[in-house]
Ligand binder design. Structure first.
Ligand SMILES: [Zn+2]
Length: 433
C-alpha cells in the first residue's frame, strides 16, 4: 500500500467514526470484511486455531483477536490498545432552549477540548439513541448520525469583544451553546430537538427514552503541505491509532500465540468505566479465550510474564512556533516516525524492556521512530497504557504518531507517520519472537 493509501484508510475512519459507537461500527465493518466472526459475552465461545473473532462491549468498546494456526498453551498474548472517544460537546437531556428568536441546544463539554476551536465550525450530531422496547430490560438501541452540518457556535464579533486577541475565557455553560435554528411555528417550539431526532430515526418522539449524542466537526480531512506532508483533520486523536491497529490485526499473523486489538471508550475522561481501559473487559476476554480451550485463569496468570501490551495514542509533536514547550533533547517532529512515549511518573508506561522490543522491531523493519518525554517543568497528559496494565500486568509501552493541536476540533499530523504506525503494529503482531 502507498503512503497515501494508509492515510486514505485513516480519513475513511474519520468520516465514518463520528462518535465512539460509530468508530466501533466502522471497525466492525472492516473486521467482517476480513472474515472476523462476532462473539457475544452472554454465549459460550467455541474457538478454532487460525480463527478471527471480535466482541462488542456496550456499543462503544470492541475487542478483536486472532488465534494462531499452531496455538498451544504457553503461547502469549500480544495486545494493542487504543481509544474510540475524542473530546467534544455532548447533548444534555431536555436540551431545547428557545431564546431571543433563536433555537439552541444545551450541551456539556466532554474531555479536554480546546473550546475556541469549536466556534464557527459546521457541526453535526451522532451517537446512540435508546427507544422504548417491548420488555423493560431490553430497550431498543439505534445508532444515529445526522451526517449534514446543522449547528454552529458563532464567535462574538471583534467590534464588541475588543480583547479577543488577548485571549478570552469561554464559559462552558453559557458560551458553548450551538444555534440550530430560528423560532417559527408555535407547535414546533416544544421538544424541537427530540422531534428532529425522531424524524431522523423515523420513530415517534415518545419512543425516545434517552441518548448519548455528541456534536462533531463535519470537516473532512485534507492533505496539506507542498508535498502533502501533512494530514489536517478532525478526530486524529485517536482514530490514527484505531485504524493502525485494525489494519495491523487484519494483515499481521503469527502461527503461535494470540493477537488482540482492544478499543476502549472513555479515555478522554479517565478510562475508569465499564467500557474504559480501567475495566476488567480486556482480562475477562482473554480469560474467556483460554476457558474456551479448556484452560482458564491459571493459563492467563502464566501469560503475564511474556505477554505484551502496546498502548497506541497520539503524542505531542514539536510545534515550530513554540519549540521551547518540548523537551530540549527529545524532539518529535511530524513525519519523522512514530514516537515512543515515556514518563517516569508513568502517565506514559515507561518500561525499558517493552521500549527495547519496539526499538528492535523498528530497526529490523526500517521504521523511523523518535522518543517523547515531557519537559521536566511541564505536564502533557497521559493515556490508557498504564491504566490497562494495572489489570493486565504485562510489559507495556506507549507509542503513537506525533500530533500538533491535540484536542483541537481539527488536528495536524505527518502523512508518512500513519504508514510507520501501521507497519510497527503489523510487526508487533507478526514477529514470532
Ligand atoms: Zn488520545
Amino acid at each position: 500500500m502507498s503512503t497515501n493509501g494508509y492515510a486514505e484508510d485513516l480519513l475513511q475512519l474519520v468520516e465514518e467514526g463520528t462518535s465512539p459507537f460509530h468508530v466501533v461500527s466502522s471497525v466492525e465493518r472492516q473486521l467482517r470484511a476480513g472474515g472476523f466472526q462476532q462473539l457475544y459475552m452472554e454465549q459460550d465461545w467455541s474457538l478454532n486455531n487460525g480463527g478471527s473473532y471480535y466482541v462488542i462491549h456496550h456499543g462503544s468498546s470492541l475487542v478483536a483477536f486472532t488465534v494462531g494456526k499452531a496455538f498451544q498453551f504457553g503461547d502469549v498474548f500480544r495486545v494493542a490498545a487504543a481509544h474510540t472517544d475524542f473530546p467534544g460537546l455532548r447533548v444534555k437531556p431536555a436540551p431545547e432552549i428557545t431564546k431571543d428568536g433563536y433555537r439552541q441546544l444545551n450541551v456539556e463539554v466532554y474531555g479536554g477540548a480546546i473550546l475556541n476551536t469549536w466556534l464557527d465550525r459546521p457541526l453535526s450530531a451522532a451517537g446512540r439513541v435508546v427507544l422504548r422496547g417491548e420488555k423493560v430490560f431490553e430497550p431498543r438501541i439505534r445508532l444515529v448520525d445526522f451526517r449534514k452540518p446543522f449547528l454552529t457556535i458563532p464567535n462574538l464579533a471583534i467590534h464588541i469583544n475588543r480583547d479577543v486577541n488577548k485571549g478570552v475565557e469561554l464559559n462552558k455553560q453559557t458560551d458553548m451553546l450551538p444555534v440550530l435554528g430560528l423560532c417559527g411555528e408555535e407547535e414546533e417550539k416544544e421538544e424541537f430537538f427530540r422531534k428532529c431526532l425522531a424524524r431522523e430515526l423515523q420513530v415517534e418522539p415518545e419512543e425516545i427514552l434517552e441518548y448519548e449524542l455528541g456534536l462533531y466537526n463535519t470537516d473532512t480531512g485534507d492533505f496539506l503541505g507542498l508535498s502533502e506532508e501533512f494530514i489536517s483533520s478532525p478526530r486524529l486523536d485517536n482514530l490514527t491509532s484505531v485504524q493502525a491497529i485494525t489494519t495491523g490485526l487484519l494483515s499481521g499473523a503469527r502461527d503461535r500465540g494470540i493477537n488482540v486489538a482492544a478499543f476502549f471508550d472513555h479515555e478522554e475522561i479517565g478510562s475508569r468505566t465499564k467500557q474504559g481501559a480501567g475495566s476488567v473487559l480486556l482480562s475477562a476476554v482473554l480469560e474467556r479465550i483460554l476457558l474456551s480451550y479448556g484452560r482458564g485463569r491459571e493459563k492467563l496468570l502464566e501469560s503475564f510474564s511474556k505477554s505484551m501490551l502496546l498502548s497506541v495514542d497520539v503524542g505531542h509533536g514539536l510545534h515550530p512556533n513554540k519549540a521551547d514547550k518540548n523537551d530540549p533533547t527529545n524532539k518529535d517532529v511530524l513525519g519523522k516516525g512514530i514516537c515512543i512515549k515515556e514518563a517516569s511518573g508513568q502517565s506514559y508506561a515507561t518500561d525499558s524492556e517493552a521500549v527495547a522490543i519496539v526499538q528492535q522491531l523498528c530497526e529490523a523493519e526500517q521504521i523511523p521512530y523518535q522518543k517523547f518525554v515531557n519537559r521536566s517543568d511541564g505536564t502533557s497528559g497521559g493515556t490508557l497504557g498504564s491504566i490497562a496494565s494495572t489489570l493486565f500486568p504485562v510489559r507495556t509501552v506507549d507509542i503513537g504518531v506525533p500530533l500538533l493541536a491535540m484536542h483541537s476540533s481539527r488536528e495536524l499530523m505527518g502523512t508518512a507517520d500513519q504508514e510507520s504506525l501501521v507497519r510497527v503494529v503489523k510487526a508487533f503482531y507478526s514477529w514470532e519472537q
